[in-house]
Ligand binder design. Structure first.
Ligand SMILES: [Zn+2]
Length: 454
């Protein structure tokens, strides 16, 4: 592939995403930044040595995908994933920036010292740019500002057991203190919004059946937590709050009202809640297990409606892998298996397959998967858009081509995924990071991702 590794001076094509439309245009790049955008009726007149100018033809040219919710798990649980494999898979899926979650690495990213351990582990291994979330755990209030000064984009907290003992959950008072501590810093507090509300005893249910697991994590658990977020958000008016991986559509009216009243709340959902269905999950198919759970198709339709109306801001992967022995689809039951879904490599295609069928267009998809996550991360002036002075982070993809998810194309470490065998529409052809073609036609260039810290 003649362009692989090249630092481009320009990209042109018939369908370049400028503003909110796909138009014929040339993007001029210098030192990794977009310096000029030339719209043209058709054809191209860029003067340069030709091998530094890429012709995308009729393929889509749009901002690289920005995935603000990925569990890389290194150091400490590198056998679950790791920086090298997660970012390589991401690059093949058109992702140019990842934000790493503060768990399930050991140590978790809950102090500056622990963040430094993570930075050391990540150094030199990242195919994409990589930013970091910190974590709020009991007693961590004094640790937050030093992590902000080092460059974390914000903090994640759990209102229910996180699944790992080294990242304990917090109560309302502890969240209140954390919100006070980050006030005025611009950092965002992200909530795993489920609480243990006591309405979910399923003693006699068959743990092999998905319906039993679903009944054990009812909508009320999310609703109860989101009511707490609502109270805290209204109390701490100017501190940004974010709800990760929304599954229940029944919370949309609460969130909609918060937005209407002008509070800085944002919400994400994930490919699995938007495309998978309990009816396709047979006994012990634990590759479908995640928390909160995948709910029914009426709920799913309402989530898409939430995206349409803007109550849900963005779609991110929540890539949360583990080793095969913790999932064992067909062997372990739903109560025993680890909860988490792996999909970082396929987000664009999974979402496009459904979004197109539901009548959404590519500019809208780009807003959900690039622009809004970049804004959440406080990077909306450098990433998530094709515009002057932005990083030339770009994905070039064919929106008509289909492919099947098979083991041999999966690049993340543990290949268990509910998407196996599925036919997806939308194939990534090349990924460009700060002007350099770092992925093209299944080939990778040198590692050139940066750690987005100070
Ligand atoms: Zn997660």
């Amino acid at each position: 592939m003649q362009f692989l590794g090249k630092n481009l001076e320009g990209i042109y094509g018939e369908r370049v995403l400028i503003g909110d439309e796909l138009v014929p245009a040339t993007i001029i790049i210098s030192n990794g930044k977009i310096t000029e955008i030339q719209r043209h009726v058709s054809g191209y007149n860029f003067c340069s040595s030709d091998d530094s100018v890429f012709n995308a033809g009729n393929n889509v040219v749009m901002p690289g995908i920005f995935d603000s919710h990925v569990h890389i798990n290194e150091p400490g649980r590198t056998e679950w994933e790791g920086f090298f494999t997660a970012t390589k898979a991401a690059l093949a899926g058109g992702i140019t920036t990842i934000i790493d979650m503060p768990l399930n690495s050991i140590p978790p990213t809950t102090t500056l010292e622990n963040l430094e351990v993570k930075l050391k582990a990540a150094n030199g291994k990242c195919h994409t740019d990589l930013g970091f979330w910190g974590g709020v755990v009991p007693g961590s209030t004094d640790s937050l500002k030093p992590m902000i000064n080092k460059g974390v984009i914000g903090f994640k907290c759990f209102l229910i057991h996180s699944g790992v003992d080294e990242f304990p959950c917090v109560n309302e008072d502890e969240v209140d203190r954390a919100l006070n501590a980050i006030k005025g810093t611009g950092a965002v507090l992200a909530f795993h919004a489920e609480t243990d509300c006591g309405s979910c005893t399923t003693d006699n249910a068959d743990p092999n059946q998905y319906s039993s697991f679903l009944a054990s994590r009812p909508d009320e658990m999310e609703l109860d937590a989101i009511k707490m977020v609502d109270r805290l958000c209204r109390k701490h008016k100017n501190v940004r709050c974010h709800i990760v991986h929304l599954s229940t559509a029944r919370a949309l009216p609460i969130i909609s009202k918060l937005k209407e009243d002008g509070f800085p709340i944002t919400v994400e959902s994930c490919p699995h809640y938007l495309t998978l269905n309990p009816q396709e999950i047979s006994d012990k198919q634990t590759q479908f297990k995640c928390c909160p759970p995948i709910r029914d198709s009426n709920n799913q339709n309402e989530l898409w409606n939430g995206l349409k109306t803007g109550v849900i801001d963005m779609i991110v992967s929540d890539h949360s892998p583990c080793t095969a022995d913790l999932k064992q689809p067909g062997e372990k039951n739903f109560m025993e298996a680890w909860g988490g879904i792996s999909s970082v490599q396929f987000g664009l295609s999974i979402i496009w397959s459904q979004a197109e069928a539901r009548g959404f267009n590519i500019p809208t998809l780009s807003r959900w998967m690039s622009q809004e996550p970049a804004r959440l991360a406080g990077m909306s002036n450098v990433k998530g858009k094709l515009d002057i002075n932005y990083d030339a982070d770009i994905v070039i993809w064919n929106d008509e081509e289909t492919f099947q998810v098979t083991d041999d194309i999966i690049l993340y470490r543990n290949k268990i995924t509910p998407y196996k065998g599925k036919l997806l529409k939308g194939k990534v052809l090349a990924t460009i990071l700060r002007g350099q073609i770092v992925y093209a036609e299944n080939n990778f260039s040198n590692i050139s991702g940066r750690l987005l810290v100070k």
